[in-house]
Design a binder for this molecule. Sequence first.
Ligand SMILES: [Zn+2]
Length: 79
Amino acid sequence: MQRIKFYTIDLTKIKGRGDVKCPKCGISISPDDENEDVYTILEPVVRGNYLEKIILKCIKCESQIHLTGFQVFSKKRSQ
Ligand SMILES: [Zn+2]
């Protein structure tokens, strides 16, 4: 049996264009990419009226990746 690994990526700590890579296999994951060849969204977690995190699964290596840090962007937009 293969264990599924979990990783957390905080978007506020990513510099540059916001490119995310799978911590295990290194494949590039773009949150704007709706094509599910690279990853699939398992569950968006919404708290109040902002997106708290998105749980993704890397299709290549099957790791689960928890993308956090969306609230920073929401705050900027609501002002
Ligand atoms: Zn991967």
